[in-house]
Design a protein around this ligand. Sequence first.
Ligand code: ADA
Length: 555
Amino acid sequence: MERVFCTHEVRKSRECGPVWTFTALDAGGLEKPEKLIVPGVWEAHPRLRNYRGRGVYEQKIHCGGNVRIWLGGVSFRAAVYLDDALLAEHYGAYTGFEGLAQDVPEGEHTLRVEADNRFGEDSALHIPNDYYAYGGINRPVLVEELGKAYITRCRVTPRKTEQGWVAEAEVSVRNLGGETVRGTVKVTLAGQTAAVQAEVPANRTAAVKARVACGNAEEWTPDTPVLYMVKAVLEMDGAPADDWIDRIGFREVRTEGNRILLNGKPLRLKGFNRHEEYGAFGLSAPLAGMMQDLQLMREMGANCVRTCHYPNDPRFLDLCDETGMLVWEESHARGLDEERMRHPRFMDQLRLSTEEMVEQHFNHPSIFIWGCLNECADDTEYGAECYREILNLLKRLDGSRPVTAALLERPGGKVYGEMDAVSVNLYPQWYHDTPVEKSLGRKMTEIREKGGAGKPVIVSEIGAGAIYGFHDPLGEAKWSEERQCRILKDQIQGVLANSEVTGVFLWQFADVRVDGEWFARRPKTVNNKGVVDEYRRPKLAFRTVKDCFQSGQES
Ligand code: ADA
């Protein structure tokens, strides 16, 4: 399932069956077709564990008329064909995209998806990195049959007014035909319906706005994550022609001084960075695995998760909505220096990831902040200019959430003024020996002096590594579970003792595979800073984090 609830009652929409025929084009001797599961990564196949190359997925589908193929995520370049006609091309593993074919004859057709996870000249964001760039169709694929017009999105902003909650909906309708389309868009939410007229010129997309008064709807909070279904229906000639169903929660987020307020209450963040990865299944975690991750984090007392360093599967966000887990979601970009930021495709690819993220995930109430550009070159003029542009883009795309970016620990200050909350990644006691309080204190002073005074400050990463099962009772040996416990305890207590800090995201929830180029500082080619390993087996640090997060002193 593409989401955890039904997204259409009117539109004919179904998910492609899970078994696809797959051919690895560059596998030298492995070219014979295999069967692979979608969603999934090809690295799940025992002989393709390290395959970097092109792969072709094929499946027969039955469809006709105006056909929309929705691909939730293909890693990391994609070309989509229906019977050899190119429908769409896309770059970036972590957001969805569509392909459209009009007037398709009713019957059986071949859907072909070419995926490619080779690094190369044209790729600015996917580079060898401290997480693995998987290959394959990593999220569900939908086949949909449309009429002459369809809803491309319905974004809803909840607002608290003197008359209670109001949902401001914006519904976009695309006309696929050569004549103007006229109809009515009805938005239903919490038992109330608002209807507006829509007129969309030939071959265009137009947006209509509807306000639905929801009075004393129940609020979404981390402790009471109440969700409401929202249905937008396009009626033409008096009959439903298309629909779009999503879920929202009533809550507002804003910053006030050095606090982030959710429905007026200050947040104290205690959470994790989590890569979207699950042992042998890589980027395509099973749904039960996603839920278990949230339960494990909750068990340790966490209330938030950061989707480092890219947009996540909407089903994971759905589960965060359901369980009240607050989310920092960020667009794709990790650890790129100025030279990499000057790559000719860098800004285009980053803008696309940012726009698609906000467009596709806007309605999730759990997302309380948008992020971008983790640890890039904010310290150079050119780099800072890129930060400004993307932070402003985020604000333009969504004025209802604060924006931030996780910056390196080194001296900075060029972009603190551009963010609603200033975020820093700190590794005292792991990458250097400075005591935690001193590192943090120094950073807080710099933030105050260089444009961040009076803003919320988030420690977006802090952490230490341990190889699962490696023990040193003295707690001294590097990579031992005991040493990781000792460092994490100092770090968490040091950060949470500082009442000016809004909160902390630990690096990281689970161990993750890294690209081969990173082998030298990453035993087993794994980033071992997880509190659980890649199969979610808890390290000793699980208990340590639980004690620190749950201790009354630190909250
Ligand atoms: C950085 C980075 C992470 C990870 C981490 C580490 O802060 O943002 O992606 O690489 O360091 O493990 O060193």
